[in-house]
Design a protein around this ligand. Structure first.
Ligand code: C2E
Ligand code: CA
Ligand code: CA
Ligand code: CA
Length: 279
């Protein structure tokens, strides 16, 4: 009876939790949206915590769904991941972002970097390195100016494969960031094994700064770890001056969040860069 109950519960949960990804109308709309050019990229400024100058941007995907307005990537990325469309969308996003940052640099009159999210399925795709080469060739972007954001889970699920992909990236001077650092697997062994350049501290640890004693301690330790391992750091979701001041004082290199600016359309990011104003 216990077994049966458990099985039923599993089936129930399965249906319940996979339902959004089996939303046929949303899925059909997504394929149509790709065909109709409803996907676009926005760019959020990343700022040097001390000088407050823009040093780069994170490329964030948007879906302007016909008749429905902007759909959050939190909704459509998981679906694209499960139906495989992420390979197409992700390859397009990488190329678009690499080309766009060259225009940003022209507007700014100085080098900038671009940070691009790579999903697990993209990372596992055998063609990923070819797509990377194509994006770099097409844009003429130097490897050092490209930061690929991956999550801890990608490294843990198949370390052998991850190692070969990361070394292929490193041999092109492309840098790797751990996105949402501290929220995934707690192992730190991968920091020793893999060529990681940057830790992005998740907003979960930033949002209650500087009042939360626990978050302050966590940020402190992560920043100290990064400094000892020669990794650069980006704090995500920084919304106010008090958070910025705390992070800058603790040695955090870069910050990103509504304080540095909302994710912007390319034209608006260009205007911001042309104005030459620090944050
Ligand atoms: P993420 O990589 O952690 O991106 C940061 C998210 O935090 C973005 O949400 C950004 O708009 C939001 N954010 C930035 N500053 C603040 C702030 O000060 N406060 C708050 N509350 N939020 C802030 P967004 O754009 O909705 O993206 C959600 C997630 O979707 C991303 O999380 C990323 O995992 C995924 N995603 C977005 N674009 C892409 C893409 O091109 N490819 C892939 N594979 N995933 C993407
Ligand atoms: Ca990210
Ligand atoms: Ca993140
Ligand atoms: Ca996050």
């Amino acid at each position: 009876a216990k077994e049966t109950g458990k099985a039923r519960c599993v089936v129930y949960n399965h249906q319940k939790f996979t339902a959004p990804e089996h939303d046929v109308s949303m899925e059909a709309a997504m394929f149509q949206g790709v065909r109709d050019g409803e996907f676009l990229m926005h760019y959020q400024p990343i700022v040097d915590a001390r000088t407050r100058q823009i040093v780069g941007f994170e490329a964030l995907m948007r879906w302007v769904r016909a008749g429905q307005g902007m759909v959050s990537p939190a909704q459509f990325i998981p679906m694209a991941e499960s139906n495989g469309l992420i390979n197409l969308l992700g390859a397009w996003a990488l190329k678009a972002a690499c080309v766009q940052v060259r225009r940003f640099e022209e507007a700014a009159g100085r080098p900038l970097y671009i940070s691009v999210n790579v999903s697990p399925r993209q990372f596992r795709n055998d063609q990923f390195i070819d797509i990377l080469d194509e994006a770099m060739r097409l844009s003429g972007l130097a490897g050092q100016q490209l930061l690929l954001e991956i999550t801890e889970g990608i490294l843990m699920s198949d370390p052998e494969h991850a190692e070969s992909v990361l070394h292929a990236m490193a041999s092109r001077d492309v840098r790797i960031a751990i996105d949402d650092f501290g929220t995934g697997y707690s192992s730190l062994a991968y920091l020793k094994r893999f060529p990681i350049a940057t830790l992005k501290i998740d907003r979960a640890f930033i949002k209650d700064l500087p009042t939360s004693v626990k978050d302050a301690a966590i940020c402190n330790v992560v920043l100290s770890l990064a400094s000892h391992l020669n990794l650069t750091t980006v704090a995500e979701g920084v919304e106010n001056e008090a958070q910025l001041n705390f992070l800058a004082a603790q040695g955090c290199g870069m910050i990103q969040g509504y304080l540095t600016g909302r994710p912007l359309m390319p034209e608006d990011a260009m205007e911001l860069l042309k104005s030459g104003q620090p944050m």
